[in-house]
Design a protein around this ligand. Structure first.
Ligand code: CIR
Length: 257
């Protein structure tokens, strides 16, 4: 079965970390409603949702992607670049231990899951404000014995690598080329975001459909024209916290039972 692990929205979401967006009024209750709709979309598209309880002391805990990377063989608990986010990992580790042996990234390395794009056996790792060279190297050391190759990618102007590129089909990526060097993606078919929607490169591909923010209608048209099936969700309140759709879940296969 396919698990989508999520984490509840903290009532303190308005005190989230922000890197590129200005702080604006944010309604955690509305974010919670949108998050429920996101979980509904995950279920509709075949996932079993396993939810970790929100922690009122951790504003960004809903963005579960940043604290762990779940591979077929292990789960790697990451060490986020923002110190306020590091305590998020403990509860997620406990939940993941049911499904995978755990590995940990040790200090001083930092790496956010939003900077890790897995395509097959390659892990593209963004060098962002959150992910250090030491973080990329520590991940490479953790996964090399399992046969994964780690490739660094330069990211500029956005929070994470997956703000600039995500996979939307077996051989297709959705890209904002202004925010990354696209050489590492040579060989993949590229759909470019609409220039009026620079934040539109983050889609959650579930092997068939993608879960995708309703707020990017022009890029939705581009995706559909490229043959991608889009399930649109309203995540506008989470977007004010610099969240998107990949960051709200960890999707992985697990044995029934
Ligand atoms: C942060 O700045 O860490 C959060 N406010 C947003 C994290 C979003 N994460 C992601 O897209 N992977």
């Amino acid at each position: 079965m396919r698990i989508a692990m999520t984490r509840g929205v903290s009532p303190a979401l308005a005190r989230c970390e922000l890197a590129f967006l200005p702080r604006v009024a944010l309604d955690a209750g509305r974010a919670r409603d949108q998050h429920r709709e996101y979980e509904r979309a995950l279920r509709d598209l075949g996932c079993t949702v396993v939810s970790v309880a929100a922690d009122p002391a951790l504003p960004d805990c809903v963005f579960i992607e940043d604290v762990a990377l779940v591979l077929d063989e292990v789960a790697v608990l990451l060490r986020p670049g923002a110190p306020s986010r590091r305590p998020e990992a403990a509860a997620v580790a406990e939940a993941l231990a049911v499904y995978r042996p755990l590995r940990w990234i040790a200090e001083p390395a930092t790496i956010d899951g939003g900077d890790v794009l897995r395509i097959g056996r390659t892990l593209f790792v963004g060098r962002s404000g959150r992910t250090s060279d030491a973080g990329a190297a520590a991940l490479a050391a953790a996964v090399a014995p399992l046969g994964y190759d780690v490739q660094g990618v330069t990211v500029t102007g956005c929070l994470h690598l997956k703000s600039a590129v995500t996979q939307v089909g077996p051989d297709t990526v959705l890209v904002n080329a202004a925010w990354m060097g696209t050489e590492p993606l040579a060989g993949m078919r590229r759909v470019e975001v609409d220039p009026a929607e620079p934040h539109a490169a983050n889609a959650l591909w579930l092997g068939g459909d993608v879960i995708y923010p309703a707020s990017f209608p022009r890029t939705i048209e581009r995706l559909q024209a490229a043959g991608v099936s889009v399930r649109a969700v309203d995540v506008s309140e989470l977007q004010k916290a610099e969240g998107a759709v990949t960051c709200c879940s960890l999707v992985f296969e697990a044995a029934e039972g």
